[in-house]
Ligand binder design. Sequence first.
Ligand code: UDP
Length: 249
Amino acid sequence: MSYIYEKKNDRVFKFKRVLIKLSGESLQGNNQFGIDVNELNRIIKEIKNIVNLGIQVGIVIGGGNIFRGDKLVQFGINRVVSDHVGMLSTIINGLILHDAMNKKNIKTHLMSTVPIKSVCAMYHFKKAISWLNNQHVVIFSGGLGNPCFTTDSAACLRAIEIQADIILKGTRVNGVYSSDPKKNLNSKLYKKITHNEVLNKELKVMDLSAFILARDYKLPICIFNICNPGILYRIVIGNQEGTLIQSSF
Ligand code: UDP
């Protein structure tokens, strides 16, 4: 993988265009459900720091802080309908994120794969790229628009379509571990690992179909802890943070 190095105002950054995957949970802070406005604004500040550097930013937003398909199924709701509700949850998050980002003077657009004409733009990769080229942030909601997938798959597909240099997946752990660090004190945090090593060791990074897509398209992924202040900035200026997954090193 050869990164595109972009020179802006005499500074060199590691990436020109990034795709941030924000789970719904990352917006809920310590709440059990919904959105914590302080956490939302903190994450937006993090994003603004890298937008101000001239990095082009796409965001795939999840919906797990509202409804997840697999949870609704447990209440007897049809699987496909449950996933529709999950996808609509990502649009709800997208609307809130979009509004909050525009209020912070970040030019942002909301797109959805599920058409809701009066609410947000229909997803089209060329339109998204043209906004990104104009240094506008684009939020991708609605996942893939199909049931039985997750927004991890949407993140990988959107990253490929918009030709992002990397997926930055914000989580609440520091990266990819050899085993669950909550259960095993000797568990090791990987700083660098290949896609195939992740698959061979059966490490949990994202859902398998999404990860295989990333592997096949040699898409680098950085798994990092979104709760660490300043982390997005440090990643894009080239610091080693979290776990970097690539096809080779
Ligand atoms: N979903 C779906 N198809 C997609 C993306 C999402 O059906 O392409 C549904 C699925 O039910 C999922 C929910 O939307 O549980 C919320 O997405 P996800 O779980 O990925 O959100 P996150 O965990 O990132 O907050």
